[in-house]
Design a protein around this ligand. Structure first.
Ligand code: NDP
Length: 445
């Protein structure tokens, strides 16, 4: 396989789509050996076919704000690959959303979903709409207008979107209500639903819980546990709060959380009532990070800084893509970090990952570490199909087991000759093989 040639061809077709090209390049590097060892993949054009989305929808979303002013946003759905199951992946509402970011996320989702052991293909969607500072009625009108276009493309056995940045339970509710009205059926077409109308217990915290379950397995490979470990977390969204809660439960001390404007360092640990305080602020759409330092004076707010300058054993970047660069990685290494697990999608730049791997720090990539979210969405789909609800313990037990299995698969496919576990390679190879073999079975279509 000639990676450079493939990348030049891809760049020509998709100029300037840096995040997408970066994600493809990373996967190609990891699967190079396995593709070269399997000439039938090359003969069937598997690589060329897997790196292009099956299709992309782009649509206009007009909506009216509370003052009667008309706004127009852009909506997207990228249906990337459905070789092993219906397209599945979140919707992101954020001003930074563009096709490159959604294609990168949709591409990553193929391998992540494959790793979960559940039958789900890869997709992603969203809009450049910013829900921040919008009233509930504005968000509702926006979601209704978004779904008026999207509903044609999705279905419980076709494409099952979920939440992502800017899309939580509230937005899923408005989207689902509109779909239901249009399709006139109550089906599992979205995941992340409310518990009274088809949702699964544990889904809101699943990505964060899964992140910590994965980190726990990473530590185990070194004969260590989370008990007494210092943990640095970035963000305080869906992923970060679940991670903070589970890490604390397993005996670690979480010392940071962050927002785009800076981070909080709390030497006493961020747990219990402190997490509840932030969840309340979050529910009412208020700023979280700065108010934390007013409420809990032992904590300090570092304006314009990232949490990667603190001393910690475990780093869990849980905010957004490319939020941890090579300087941050070097600072973490200098301060003694031993384990880095990506709760967010691609939060570490390729240069940062290189630094971790060169220093033999165990590094878990997002597509494996944060797969607990989509795995629990898969469990929600199963419950919807069976028209029943599993209790909390049952969902948590299954999630925990899935994360252990994903970890073991990464170890199986990623352990180097010197015994170092290259989780990036392990996740990419394992995720790729399952999808590639399905594509072979299904013919060139
Ligand atoms: P949220 O929107 O709930 O949370 C994102 C958090 O990160 C917020 O606290 C936000 O602060 C903060 N943030 C945003 N930009 C920055 C920045 N530049 N520096 C520091 N903090 C920042 O999103 P999620 O928690 O759902 O998602 C986070 C990441 O995890 C994304 O990469 C997403 O794709 C990935 N992911 C999410 C899954 C899920 O189930 N939710 C599943 C798998 C992956 P503020 O609110 O102030 O902007």
């Amino acid at each position: 396989m000639d990676i450079e040639k493939i990348m030049i061809g891809l760049e020509k077709k998709h100029p300037g789509e840096t995040e997408y090209l970066q994600a493809v390049h990373e996967v190609l590097e990891s699967i190079e050996d396995v593709v070269n060892e399997n000439p039938h993949f090359e003969a069937a054009g598997i690589v060329e076919r897997i790196i292009e989305p099956d299709r992309v929808f782009t649509f206009k979303i007009p909506w009216i704000d509370d003052n009667g002013k008309v706004h127009v946003n852009i909506g997207y759905r990228v249906q990337f690959n459905n070789a092993i199951g219906p397209y599945k992946g979140g919707l992101r509402f954020h001003p930074s959303v563009n096709l490159s970011i959604l294609k990168f996320l949709g591409f990553e989702q193929i391998f992540k979903n494959s790793l979960t052991t559940l039958p789900m293909g890869g997709g992603k969607g969203g809009s450049d709409f910013d829900p921040k500072g919008k009233s509930d009625t504005e968000i509702m009108r926006f979601c209704q207008s978004f779904m008026l276009e999207l509903w044609h493309a999705i279905g419980p056995d076709t494409d099952v979107p979920a939440g992502d940045i800017g899309v939580g339970g509230k937005e899923i509710g408005y989207l689902y209500g509109t779909y239901k009205k249009l399709a006139r059926e109550h089906t599992g077409v979205l995941t992340g639903k409310g518990i009274n109308w088809g949702g699964s217990l544990i889904r809101p915290e699943a990505t964060g819980f899964g992140t910590v379950y994965f980190a726990k397995e990473m530590l185990k490979t070194k004969g260590e546990s989370l008990e007494g470990k210092l943990v640095a977390i970035s963000g305080f969204g869906n992923v970060a709060w679940g991670a903070a809660q589970k890490a604390t439960e397993l005996g670690a001390k979480v010392v940071t959380i962050s927002g785009p404007d800076g981070y909080i360092y709390d030497p006493d640990g961020i747990s219990g009532d402190k997490i509840d305080f932030m969840l309340e602020l979050r529910a009412s759409n208020e700023d979280i990070v700065k108010p934390y330092s007013y409420e809990f004076p032992e904590a300090k707010f570092y304006q314009g800084k990232r949490p990667w300058e603190v001393k910690c054993d475990v780093a869990l970047p849980c905010a957004t893509q490319n939020e941890l660069n090579k300087e941050d990685a070097a600072s973490l290494v200098k301060n003694g970090v031993s384990f880095v697990a990506e709760g967010a999608n691609m939060p570490c730049t390729p240069e940062a990952v290189e630094i971790f791997q060169e220093n033999k720090i165990l590094f878990g990539p997002g597509k494996a570490v944060n797969a607990g979210g989509v795995a629990t969405s898969g469990l929600e789909m199963s419950q919807n199909s069976m028209k029943l609800n599993w209790p909390r313990e049952e969902v948590d037990r299954r999630l925990h087991q899935i994360m252990i299995d994903i970890h073991d698969t990464c170890v199986k496919h990623g352990t180097d000759e010197d015994g170092y576990i290259n989780y990036v390679k392990g996740a990419n190879v394992a995720g790729f093989l399952k999808v590639a073999n399905a594509m072979l079975d299904e013919g060139i279509i």
